[in-house]
Ligand binder design. Structure first.
Ligand code: NOJ
Length: 533
C-alpha cells in the first residue's frame, strides 16, 4: 500500500459539522469554511459521510440520486469548490459509497415498482417474504402492491440486486463520475453484505435472522474484484470497507493486496466489548476486554482501519473514558491509543476536542430512525419505559451526531440546529481549546505530528506487553527503533513494575518521566532511538 500507510483520516458528518446558511443543517460551504481547521490538525484525508440527494430517512444513507447533491447541503458547484479547496491544501476527500441499497425514492426503485423491463430486477422482489430480519429491527420485507421487496435496513432503503449486471454497470458509472471529479476513493457502506446468495429462510437468530445467506459471500468478493479491475485501478485510490460481523481472517481475505479488493476494513469486535448479545444491552466497560480484542486484531490483521468512534457509535470518551472528572486525561489517553495502534487512524469530528454523548432528555429529542424503531420494538417486548429510554440515551447513534462544538455558544448555526446541541459546548469547544496549549485539541495535533515523524509508529510491528485489569502496554518496533506505549485505562492510580529506559516522547501528565506510578488515565509513549525521516 506504500504511502497510504502514512495517512490519517478525519471523518466529517456534514449535517452536524457547520451550517453556513443558517437553516440549522450543516452544509458543504460550512465544511469548506473549516478546511483550514481540518488541515491544522495534520490529517491528510477527509471522509465525507453522504452528501448525495436523499429524503433523509437514514440521514443520507438512503440515496435517491448518486450524481447530485442534497439541496440541504448545497449544490454541485459547492461540491466542486470543496474538492478543489481541499486539494489546494493537500487534503484528499473520500466519499461514502452506499451500494447495498438505495432510497425507495430513487428513480431505479420507482421504475422497478412500475415493472419497467430494464429496472424490474434492480431490487429483490418476492411473492412471499422469507424470515429475514432487518439491522434496524423487525422484518426485512415490505409490500408494494402484491409483491414484497427486501430491505436489510429501513423500509425506505430497498436492497439492490447484485445478481443483475446492469446494477454493476450503473454503480461503476457512479464511481467514475466522482473519481473523475478528483475524489480519492470511497468508504464502502456495509460492503460485506451486498451479495445475497439465496433467499431461503435463515436460521433463527436473536438479532439478525438470514445473515448466513448474505454475509461475506463469494459473490461479494467477485463484485469487489470487478470494481477494482474495471474502475479503481484506473485511478490513484483509497478504499475502506465497512464490514459488519467480520473476523480477522475474513478481513484479511478482503484486504490482502494480492486479492485486489479493498485497502482496509472497519471491523466491529472492539465496539462490542461493552455489550451483551447486542448493542442495545450495554454492560459495564472492562478495559481488559478492549485490550484483548485490539491486540488480536493488531496481531492477526494485515492492516487495520483504527477507530474509536464514528457517526454510528456513542462517543468514545463517554464509553471507554470518563466524560466528567477525568475528561481531559481520558480523552488524551484514548487519543494516544488510537494514534499508536498499527494501521490507519480515523478521527471522528469532535473527538479531537473530547465531545461527549448528547444530552437527550426525552424521546422526541432523538432524530435517528434506528433509535425510534428499536424503542418501539423494546416497548413491544415489554421493556419498561425508563429502562428503554436509558438504553437509547447510552446507545443511540444521535450521541455522535450532535452539532460540532465550535464555541461556548455552539457556533454551529445561528438558529436552532436539527439535533439538540449539547449544552456542554460551554466548556468543551474548539475556540477555547485553540487558546489552551495543553488542550485535547492540541494534544491530537502533537500526536499526529509525532506519528508523521516517527516511522516506527507508522510501520512498526505490534507486540502486546501487558494487558491487566486496567493497564495496557504495547510495543511498536522495527529493526532500529522501539516505541513503548503505556495506557492507564482507569480512574485509579496504578503502579507498574518497571518503566522503559527510552526517551519520553509525550505524556498527558506532567511529572517525573521515570515514575512507576501512573495517575488516573495517564498515558506515555517512550521511544528508543527516534528516527526522524
Ligand atoms: C452503515 C452506516 O454507517 C449507517 O449510518 C447506515 O445507517 C447503514 N450503514 C445503512 O446504510
Amino acid at each position: 500500500m506504500g504511502l497510504k500507510k502514512d495517512l490519517v483520516v478525519y471523518q466529517v458528518y456534514p449535517r452536524s459539522f457547520k451550517d453556513s446558511n443558517d437553516d440549522g443543517i450543516g452544509d458543504i460551504k460550512g465544511i469548506t469554511s473549516k478546511l483550514d481547521y481540518i488541515k491544522s490538525l495534520g490529517v491528510d484525508v477527509i471522509w465525507l459521510s453522504p452528501v448525495y440527494c436523499s429524503p433523509n430517512d437514514d440521514n443520507g444513507y438512503d440515496i435517491s440520486d448518486y450524481l447530485n447533491i442534497n439541496p440541504e447541503f448545497g449544490n454541485m458547484r459547492d461540491m466542486n469548490k470543496l474538492i478543489s479547496e481541499a486539494n489546494l491544501r493537500g487534503l484528499k476527500i473520500i466519499m461514502d459509497l452506499v451500494i447495498n441499497h438505495t432510497s425507495d425514492e430513487h428513480v431505479w426503485f420507482k421504475k422497478s415498482v412500475a415493472n419497467d423491463p430494464k429496472y424490474k430486477d434492480y431490487y429483490i422482489w418476492r411473492d412471499t417474504p422469507n424470515n429475514w430480519t432487518s439491522f434496524f429491527g423487525g422484518k426485512a420485507w415490505d409490500k408494494i402492491g402484491d409483491k414484497y421487496y427486501l430491505h436489510l435496513f429501513s423500509k425506505k432503503q430497498p436492497d439492490l440486486n447484485w445478481h443483475n449486471p446492469d446494477v454493476m454497470e450503473d454503480i461503476q458509472k457512479v464511481m467514475k463520475f466522482w473519481l473523475d471529479k478528483g475524489i480519492y476513493g470511497f468508504r464502502c457502506d456495509v460492503i460485506n453484505i451486498i451479495f445475497k446468495s439465496s433467499l431461503e429462510n435463515g436460521k433463527k437468530h436473536f438479532v439478525l435472522t438470514g445473515k448466513e445467506h448474505y454475509h461475506q459471500q463469494e459473490g461479494m468478493h467477485k463484485i469487489l474484484k470487478q470494481l477494482r479491475k474495471d474502475v479503481l485501478n484506473h485511478y490513484d485510490t483509497f478504499t475502506v470497507g465497512e464490514t459488519v460481523m467480520v473476523t480477522p481472517k475474513q478481513a484479511n481475505d478482503l484486504i490482502y493486496p494480492e486479492n485486489q479488493e479493498l485497502d482496509m476494513v472497519f471491523s466491529f469486535s472492539h465496539m462490542e466489548v461493552d455489550q451483551i448479545s447486542n448493542k442495545w444491552f450495554k454492560t459495564k466497560f472492562r478495559p481488559k476486554k478492549l485490550m484483548k480484542v485490539l491486540s488480536t486484531w493488531q496481531e492477526e490483521v494485515y492492516w487495520n482501519a483504527n477507530y474509536l468512534e464514528n457517526h454510528d457509535q456513542p462517543r468514545s470518551i463517554s464509553r471507554f473514558g470518563d466524560d466528567k472528572i477525568y475528561h481531559k486525561q481520558s480523552a488524551k489517553m484514548l487519543a494516544t491509543l488510537l494514534m499508536t495502534l498499527r494501521g490507519t487512524p480515523y478521527i471522528y469530528q469532535g473527538q479531537e476536542i473530547g465531545m461527549t454523548n448528547g444530552d437527550f432528555k426525552t424521546m422526541s429529542e432523538f432524530q435517528d430512525v434506528e433509535t425510534h424503531t428499536i424503542y418501539k420494538i423494546a416497548k413491544k417486548l415489554g421493556i419498561p419505559k425508563s429502562l428503554r429510554f436509558k438504553m437509547m440515551q447510552k446507545t443511540s447513534r444521535d450521541n455522535a451526531r450532535t452539532p460540532m462544538q465550535w464555541t461556548k455558544q455552539g457556533g454551529f448555526s445561528k438558529v436552532d440546529p436539527w439535533l439538540k446541541q449539547n449544552p456542554n459546548t460551554k466548556n468543551i469547544n474548539v475556540l477555547d481549546q485553540e487558546h489552551d496549549h495543553d488542550s485535547i485539541l492540541n494534544y491530537y495535533r502533537k500526536l499526529i505530528n509525532i506519528r508523521k515523524h516517527t516511522k516506527v509508529l507508522r510501520y512498526g510491528d505490534f507486540e502486546s506487553i501487558l494487558q491487566s485489569k486496567s493497564i495496557y502496554i504495547f510495543k511498536r518496533f522495527d529493526k532500529k527503533n522501539e516505541a513503548i506505549i503505556i495506557l492507564n485505562m482507569s480512574r485509579k492510580a496504578q503502579k507498574i513494575k518497571s518503566i522503559c529506559e527510552g526517551k519520553l516522547l509525550i505524556s498527558n501528565i506532567k511529572k517525573n518521566e521515570y515514575n512507576c506510578v501512573l495517575s488516573p488515565y495517564e498515558t506515555r509513549i517512550y521511544i528508543k532511538e527516534i528516527s526522524h525521516d
